[in-house]
Design a binder for this molecule. Structure first.
Ligand SMILES: CC1=C(/C=C/C(C)=C/C=C/C(C)=C/C=O)C(C)(C)CCC1
Ligand SMILES: [Fe+2]
Length: 373
């Protein structure tokens, strides 16, 4: 698929930032809209929408569904293979492709060095200051998952997105949905997850304020106001179909993270929302995956990108298994999940650096020049 031409389904207004579009303000291409809808949109809406409806029906009927422990952890465990870990395992190829070039030994090595330096530094930080590293991990994920959603909104054709302040607010809202909303409804479980990370290093967090109602209420009211203000700003820029999609997704994620228990909800979100959106982005910058999508559809594009992700997914799983064996932690799901998430944290810091470079190369996200209005 030729990325420089808007796909048949999209109009120039649909895709304001795509190279060659009539209202093009950016330096580079943004993933094709049909690709992002097929891989990064519909599956996530189905999974998250379906689960939210089940949870809402159970709440309205006053039925308390007891989810077995293994099922609570199943989505996070599945993320080892199902889109989660693999979405970062194409990082060695992605920055070159984002600039429209073929990966070279040099470009792949630069990514390797970034992983060694940033991942190494963050590993040391976990050992020296686990509580601060845990808080940093939540903040980093907040930014990164918001950054991922901002890219997807642009790829959907988000002409309601304004300049830098509106984009920063959109990142804060979209990242805060998975990182803050679970705290509002499930503070004890939230604290237990963070405690489990820190406990791996022999520490504990004294975060009484996390479970205290006052600060939580303030955070909830503040975040609700930020959500409404950000959506209102988009509506005032013209609203329209993409604004309605943004508002519907935002409302859906608010409900999802308020209703569905947090470890399960975050696991589902990681697999089908964040990771699939990034995979759609990766497929969009890879000519072979783009062609597979144009010829044979979404599954073919996923398989093509999956092939690129396979080697480093296997290496990452082997490394995580090695860490589990060497540190010899307990085998209960809570502890294993904590160790997995700390490994993910170490991989996420360089991953965020790579994605931010891709944003710059594509003129997307915070690197996009403000559209004129
Ligand atoms: C599990 C869980 C949490 C944090 C999960 C995090 C921080 C996951 C990060 C994953 C990343 C960064 C994946 C790569 O893109 C919370 C919200 C603390 C509490 C609720 C349960
Ligand atoms: Fe990511």
């Amino acid at each position: 698929m030729d990325r420089s031409t808007p796909p048949a389904e999209a109009t120039a207004d649909d895709a304001p930032g795509r190279r060659g579009g009539a209202t093009d303000m950016s330096a580079g291409p943004v993933t094709g809209r049909p690709l992002m809808l097929a891989i990064g949109g519909r599956p996530a809406w189905l999974a998250v929408g379906g689960l939210t409806m089940v949870a809402a029906a159970a709440t309205v009927a006053g039925v308390s569904v007891s989810v077995p422990v293994w099922a609570r952890y199943a989505p996070l465990a599945a993320s080892l293979l199902v889109f989660g870990l693999p979405h970062g395992a194409v990082d060695h190829l992605a920055p070159a492709r984002a600039t429209g070039e073929r990966p070279t030994v040099r470009s792949v090595s630069a990514v390797g060095v970034a992983y060694l330096v940033l991942g190494g530094a963050y590993t040391a930080a976990w050992v020296v200051a686990p509580a601060a590293s845990a808080v940093f991990f939540v903040g980093l994920t907040w930014f990164h998952w918001g950054q991922g959603d901002l890219y997807a909104l642009e790829a959907f054709g988000g002409s309601h997105l304004g300049g830098r302040p509106h984009r920063v607010a959109t990142i804060l809202v979209r990242g805060g949905l998975p990182m803050l909303v679970p705290l509002l409804r499930f503070p004890e479980r939230y604290r237990d997850v963070i405690n489990a990370w820190v406990a791996l290093f022999g520490g504990g967090v004294d975060a009484a304020w996390v479970t205290a109602p006052g600060p939580r209420l303030a955070l909830g009211v503040g975040f609700a106001a930020l959500t409404l203000g950000t959506l209102l700003a988009g509506w005032r820029r013209g609203g329209g179909r993409e604004w309605r999609r943004d508002a519907a997704e935002t409302g859906l994620l608010w409900a999802f993270f308020l209703l569905v228990p947090p470890v399960f909800a975050v696991g589902v979100y990681f697999c089908v929302w964040h990771s699939l959106r990034h995979i759609a982005r990766l497929a969009g910058v890879d000519p072979a995956s783009g062609a597979a999508f144009a010829d044979r559809g979404a599954i073919a594009a996923l398989v093509r990108t999956g092939r690129d992700a396979l080697p480093l997914t296997v290496v990452s799983i082997a490394m995580i298994a090695g860490v589990v064996a060497v540190v010899g932690v307990g085998t209960d799901p809570g502890t294993l999940t904590a160790l997995y998430l700390v490994c993910i944290a170490v991989l996420t810091l360089p991953h965020v650096a790579i994605v931010t470079r891709m944003d710059r190369a594509e003129g997307a996200g915070l690197s996009r020049r403000a559209p004129e209005q």
